[in-house]
Design a protein around this ligand. Structure first.
Ligand code: ATP
Ligand code: MG
Length: 560
């Protein structure tokens, strides 16, 4: 993130004010606090890059902290994946990788402190009763009959909760705040619950676990976080976090809320993403159609693309939805600058140049970065009598404005020769199997000696030199811009795009691509941007289509 972007957003205005008034003595420390209950998605990426970018631009620090307070949903697998994804994005936490579970003992001691101060109590109501007593947005809650237990009784019960004397759900520790508060978070929130469950890090050491609201603010405080940046749904929790911090008398971070990233044609909730994986609508968390960081990475996104996108969308105070065309625009823009060009025939049609000598092979030198005037890198592609072209580059009865091949028509083979189509050979079913053409030997490089105009240029590969590959053509996962807006009783999966993946085998690529490594990106000329898939091997090349060539962002902007 550049200085310029961070200093123009409202978060920086707040931090700048703190710098001026000395609230944190010139210190800035941010963090990204994922719960390890799933894989990270592009929304998380925005939060990571925001927090890391702010720390960087103020010469501050950035922590990674797992909010691992719910052992029922959290797994080591997710911890490992999240760590890897944050690292891939380029956000550097240096030696500051923390876990809320590191603070379980401290949190327990602080709970005892609040009990002693008469600010927390053990409640025997059931979860259902607690809900009923809580009241609603329009009605105040009612005090629990256990609210006025003595400090000694609370201390005794809480200790026995910790020792494992009581079954799950039989008791909780609650903060004693205000059951009539207009802010429901203040109505004696639960701080601890009993849960006899193995924790990925603390094992069976604990059978009481802190609630997120009790753990989160104190974890920030322990780490000396100055600016605790989170999404808008935590705005109503901020007064509670401040209440805890104030009553404990510990370091008080400033919480700042910003709007979540939403994207059209995308679902972002972990629960829904998990359903897509578990119900096999996609091939796993790293399926290139998923908005997960690993899915996008496999699709061909780079950390730089994510960064540019994050900068472009900025941070907002109110929720909105970003058009996916904008993300694709940033992606294309990046790929256009850096991706080497290559020729790949994705639906091959054989073409024989009947007047080309049978065993002759010529080599043509073609530019690898024709879009970049500064970059003179070239590559060599072999040419011979039999080549492949795209099926769609030939029409038996072409309309006038079709500038590719048809009977009697002339076209340029990119960087090679001009050819004219003489005949189309068909199989018994009438499908065209082979084209017979003649070439103009005086047009080497694609320029005729007599200066005649040939409008169409098509790509090609030499049949005997081509390498075969599987291409996976990915498209958007949903057909609806707002896949979650469904009629009653209709699930978001009803909006899945049945054509989000088309697998083509036997595609014919220029031989230079035989050397391509996993993660290498190319522009297949006239076809789109492709990346070598993680399943690809030299014997079984697999490319994923990252995105097509046509940029629709300008059009979307015009219409909105
Ligand atoms: P859930 O609440 O279902 O666990 P979550 O997306 O809130 O999902 P967390 O692990 O709690 O998951 O999120 C970690 C951080 O990422 C939080 O600070 C949260 O505010 C931020 N975050 C999550 N989703 C988005 C989003 N779409 N845009 C921006 N930030 C997000
Ligand atoms: Mg969350």
């Amino acid at each position: 993130m550049t200085e310029e972007t961070t200093s123009s957003n409202f978060i920086s205005n707040i931090i700048d004010e703190h710098m001026r008034n000395g609230r944190f003595h010139g210190r800035v420390q941010t963090r990204f606090p994922p719960e390890p209950n799933g894989y990270l998605h592009i929304g998380h990426a925005k939060s990571i890059l925001l927090n890391y970018g702010i720390a960087r631009s103020y010469n501050g620090k950035f922590n990674l902290r797992f909010d691992d307070t719910n052992p029922l949903k959290e797994e080591q697998e997710f911890i490992d994946a999240i760590t890897e994804d944050v690292r891939w994005l380029g956000a550097d936490w240096e030696d500051r990788l923390f876990y809320a579970s590191d603070y379980f003992e401290q949190l327990y001691q602080w709970a005892i402190q609040l009990i002693k101060d008469g600010k927390a109590y053990v409640d025997d109501l059931t979860a259902e009763e607690i809900r009923q007593y809580r009241g609603t947005l329009t009605e105040p809650g009612k005090n629990s009959p256990y609210r006025d237990r003595s400090v000694d009784e609370n201390l005794d019960l809480f200790e026995r909760m910790k020792k494992g004397e009581f079954p799950d759900g039989s008791r909780v520790l609650r903060a004693k705040v205000d059951m009539a508060s207009p802010n429901i978070n203040f109505r004696d929130p639960v701080m601890y619950r009993i849960l006899h469950a193995e924790h990925p890090r603390t094992g069976s050491e604990w059978c009481i676990y802190p609630m997120y609201d009790w753990a989160h603010g104190q974890s920030d405080s322990i780490e000396g976080i100055t600016h605790s940046i989170c999404t808008l749904e935590f705005e109503d929790h901020r007064p509670l976090y401040d209440w805890f911090i104030e009553n404990l008398g510990i370091h008080a971070p400033q919480q700042i809320e910003f709007a979540r990233l939403n994207l059209t044609y995308t679902v972002m909730s972990k629960r829904k993403l998990r359903r897509l994986v578990e119900e096999k609508f996609v091939d796993g968390w790293d399926d290139p159609r998923m908005p997960t960081i690993r899915g996008m990475r496999r699709r061909g996104y780079t950390p730089e693309t994510m960064q540019k996108f994050a900068e472009l969308i900025g941070v907002a105070k109110s929720n909105s939805t970003v058009e996916i065309e904008m993300l694709e625009h940033v992606l294309r823009d990046d790929l256009n600058q850096f991706a080497p060009r290559a020729m790949a025939v994705i639906r091959p049609l054989k073409l024989v140049i009947t007047n080309y000598p049978e065993n002759m092979v010529e080599e043509f030198e073609v530019p690898t970065h024709p879009q970049d005037k500064e970059n003179s890198e070239t590559r060599v592609v072999p040419f011979s009598r039999e080549i492949y072209i795209e099926q769609e580059d030939f029409l038996e009865n072409p309309p006038k404005n079709f500038f590719r091949l048809g009977p009697g028509r002339e076209v340029r083979l990119l960087g090679a020769y001009l050819i004219t189509c003489d005949a189309a050979e068909k199989d018994a079913d009438g499908n065209i199997t082979t084209l017979h053409c003649t070439y103009d030997p005086e047009s080497r490089g694609g320029n005729p000696s007599d200066g005649r105009k040939v409008k169409g240029t098509i790509h090609w590969v030499s049949a005997q030199h081509a390498v075969s590959a599987e291409l996976r053509l990915y498209d958007r996962l949903f057909t609806d811009a707002f896949p979650e807006n469904t009629a009653d009783g209709v699930d978001f999966t009803a909006n899945l795009n049945p054509d989000s993946l088309e697998v083509l085998t036997g595609c014919q690529l220029e031989p230079n691509l035989a050397e391509a490594q996993v993660g290498d990106r190319f522009q297949f000329m006239r076809q789109g941007y492709f990346v070598v898939d993680s399943d690809s091997t030299p014997d079984n090349l697999i490319f994923n289509r990252t995105v097509g060539l046509r940029d629709t962002w300008a059009k979307v902007q015009q219409n909105s």
